[in-house]
Design a protein around this ligand. Sequence first.
Ligand SMILES: [Zn+2]
Length: 72
Amino acid sequence: MKKEIKGKTKFGEPILICPRCNKGMDKIKKHEIIIDTCRKCNGLWLDDKEIEKIIEAAHNAANKDKAFKKKK
Ligand SMILES: [Zn+2]
């Protein structure tokens, strides 16, 4: 179970609590995906579907890279 504390992040989402350190986690945005990270233990929290989005984004990036290399 993920815990939330009162307050919202700059993305308007609830702040999560790191299950390891019980500290509020930061949110970082990468490729339109918001990831919760803990500054203390460098832990990551991914919501449902976020891992799929990351895989998709990584896949797309890899394909773009291939297309770029082919042109050369
Ligand atoms: Zn932590």
